[in-house]
Design a binder for this molecule. Sequence first.
Ligand SMILES: C[S@@+](CC[C@H](N)C(=O)[O-])C[C@H]1O[C@@H](n2cnc3c(N)ncnc32)[C@H](O)[C@@H]1O
Length: 321
Amino acid sequence: MSAAPRFLAPFEQGLVEPAQSLLVIRPADALGLSGFEGVTIEQGFYPVATALEGAGYPVSARAEGRFGMVLVNLTRAKAENLANIARACAMSDGLVLVNGAKKDGIESLLKAVKKITSVDVMSKAHGKVFWFEATPMPEEWRVAGEMAANKDGFMTAPGMFSSEKVDVGSTLLAPYFEGLKGRVADLGAGWGWLSAQALGPDISEMVLFEAEHKAVEAAKLNLTDLRVRFEWADVLTLPKQLPFDVVISNPPFHQTRAAEPSLGVGFIQAAAKLLKPKGRLLMVANRQLPYERALEDTFRKVEMLKQTNGFKLFEASSPRR
Ligand SMILES: C[S@@+](CC[C@H](N)C(=O)[O-])C[C@H]1O[C@@H](n2cnc3c(N)ncnc32)[C@H](O)[C@@H]1O
């Protein structure tokens, strides 16, 4: 049985009274929420959003409106967290609670909020939950979380993969896109840089599959060609599609901080299912991740295109059925 989630502690100890309605920003799951009334959830990561919707909660990728109380769960991006705290203050008629682990930077956020208003704090489970009466936060906190052009001229926002500049692994893969033809899918497309490089004159249709809603919104701004479609989706649970000639991918390797090679293996299997019998996958991965076996098990032909200190690039064709 898992321990009670950290954010419940101030309620359990009677330090905070539940309000009539509660907005929960970025929860990883529904743990601890069943005791609250009027719960609304903001979650843009598709697998978590659909699981919470399945559990009966109203979920939106970006919440609006007014709530009796707002709980902000931290992500790994400080600018996104500051923006969420500022937005929470603008939406709460009462308290704002902030819940996070030390490794997610809860200490520095606590310090920043303490400079503005008085705060109550509890430490628990390698992290903290702190709470305060909603009060306007600096406008630059909200603005720092908004979409803006990065130094490569692409629209991104904090919290997306490699938001500030193009990922090195992706730059290594792009030269292999010369002359791609037909229908192309990009699995885990992020804000769309790889797809933008692959979109040559012989592509009839390109579909970007991405789980992070904000990244899909950014990709729509970065790719305005009418041949491009965008799917907010979980690559690991995609329904059957019209088959593709080529799949390109720089797959995710973790959803938490720890490396999870099984995610990349799931992406390789998804690619095989999406491809035509002679279709091919072009993929880049961190060098230490063990994908060779999964590629050999899933495709008849596998070639390592390149290996650098940090990355391995593969072409795999003719998926095994
Ligand atoms: C390594 S990044 C690559 C992003 C982009 N293709 C690039 O090259 O910059 C992997 C992407 O996969 C997305 N992702 C993670 N899990 C996913 C899933 N289950 N389904 C779809 N996309 C997912 C992440 O949000 C992230 O944008």
